[in-house]
Design a binder for this molecule. Sequence first.
Ligand code: NAD
Length: 259
Amino acid sequence: MEDKSKQVAQWIVNAKKMVIFTGAGLSTESGIPDFRSPGGVWDKYNPEDFYFQNFIASEASREKYWQMATEMWEPIKKAQPNSAHLAISELEKLGKLDCVITQNIDGLHFKAGNSEARVLQLHGTAIFVSCLSCKKRYDRDEIQERIKKGQKAPRCDDCGGLLKPATISFGQSMPEEETQEAYHRSSTCDLFIVIGSSLVVQPAASMPLVAKRNGAKLVIINRDATPYDDTADLVIHGQAGPTMAGILEHIKQRLGIGN
Ligand code: NAD
């Protein structure tokens, strides 16, 4: 493990353009459950209740959706970045990060200090709520207050449209600009590092392959095996926080930077 961390550190130091791709596993050490681990979201809820078509189709589905979304909001709101988020933010400060492509909706890359310009949120954000009709944006807490007061499926003040957290649900189209930019960055980087993703949700999971096909080195840091482990140049099966903290230490040593 130590040798592998040193190797990744060396590749980061040498990289001209590094992309980091993150998933829900990055944030479990911050207290936000992922989807597929035991005790994760899919152990508790039926994925079908998250389908966009169902949300659009019935008031009962919307009420159920908001009930689940309300329960998931509390840990997200309270969460603080862990050492993996902080290491990624440090890599930006060191000038070593082209961008983070994230599937996460928890905003923790920003809380850790990464700049807006360097984070592409493929699946949107839970920090805001938006109207599906007129696109008006609301602060999440404002809408959660309404739910506390008894609204079950809130609607837009301006146009009466359906309000939904600004996340991308199954069956909802991906944000065009972010997705295109993410493919572009993946295809032009020379080092692509996956951290904390099962790599089973498409199209996000195709990005490591795009990077690899275009000549980038591919590193996967994930607790469990992924379908792309055999394709990667290096795989670390471990916890994101301690692994990234260790890699950052090696990088600092190589760059001659103290703590
Ligand atoms: P996933 O649940 O499919 O996979 C998470 C992976 O992370 C698993 O393979 C697991 O082995 C690994 N993992 C868990 N804890 C880890 C740790 N501490 N260190 C290293 N690896 C760890 O998640 P995914 O691949 O991101 O895709 C599913 C979808 O989940 C995404 O669309 C995302 O939007 C959504 N999601 C996001 C959050 C969040 O924002 N924090 C939380 C739940 C789900």
